[in-house]
Ligand binder design. Sequence first.
Ligand code: AVJ
Length: 322
Amino acid sequence: MTQPIVEVHLTDADLTEALRADARRGLTASPKWLPPKWFYDARGSELFEQITALPEYYPTRTERALLESVAPAIARTAQAEVLVELGSGSAAKTRILLNALTSEGPLKTYVPQDVSATALRASADEVAAEFPGLAVHGVVSDFTDTLGTLPRGGRRMIAFLGGTIGNMVHEERAEFLTGIHDVLEPGEQLLLGAGLVVDPEIMVPAYDDAAGITAEFNRNVLRVLNSRLRADFDPEAFRHIAHWDTGNEWIEMRLEATREMEVTVADLGFTARFGRGEQIRTEISAKFRLPALDGELRSAGFATEHAWTDPDNRFALVLAAR
Ligand code: AVJ
């Protein structure tokens, strides 16, 4: 096997600096908020892996089954030489794509990108061992501002799976999609996985499971603040909330203070005050309707080549060309 290369564009110090800025902004705002990317330290990533196996959390297994049935078709139309995967995480679903792209097409290189160096190194090693003919060139970066540093050379397909596009509001998506469009050459493609709007009785439990794993995942962001910024949150004093916002068509996760409290963030030198019942918004997970998603892609300069959905219309994979 060829040893994978891992390029680091984001150090631990950069991450702490970014977290400081986000925590300062979000915890002094009204209402308070924190960006969802801070869920994913080692424990948060492990909790997310557990979420993907929960009976209520349908997106991962739905996308995986869909990918299994359409990967050969994607590979035949894409003819990609390089697969770039944004936010690759454990790269669990990637194997399906890699299998198809290597057997049905000319794939030579896999470029996984993630904020977590640990997750990236582990998955890069596994993929390199499983696909001996493939060059693996990992990039540790924040996908929202390092698209320009992705390695070049060879016809590329950028995959952004899992429905993570839903973590962005409309304007952020526009900026993000335009950014991807701008780094691609004409004819290169984007493969986007997106959760679709379905019955709230299906969507809400996916973000509020009976076993309480999502609640732990949500509270984990407070543990991250405790360890990285020497804050003194009592995570157990916060209640997990998953709310379907009908107007915005997104799931909003929040943490609600169950009592009045003061939280000191030692490394920022400030104290945040919480009233009883006060909430912090920790994530939005937008769900889509295909015609609107198609419109957003078109506005960013893409042409949708094909959209596939699962039999229950819960998840879509969209292949769009620059
Ligand atoms: C990894 C962003 C796709 O929004 O469904 C899972 C994260 N949050 N349960 C999602 C998540 C709560 C997940 N994404």
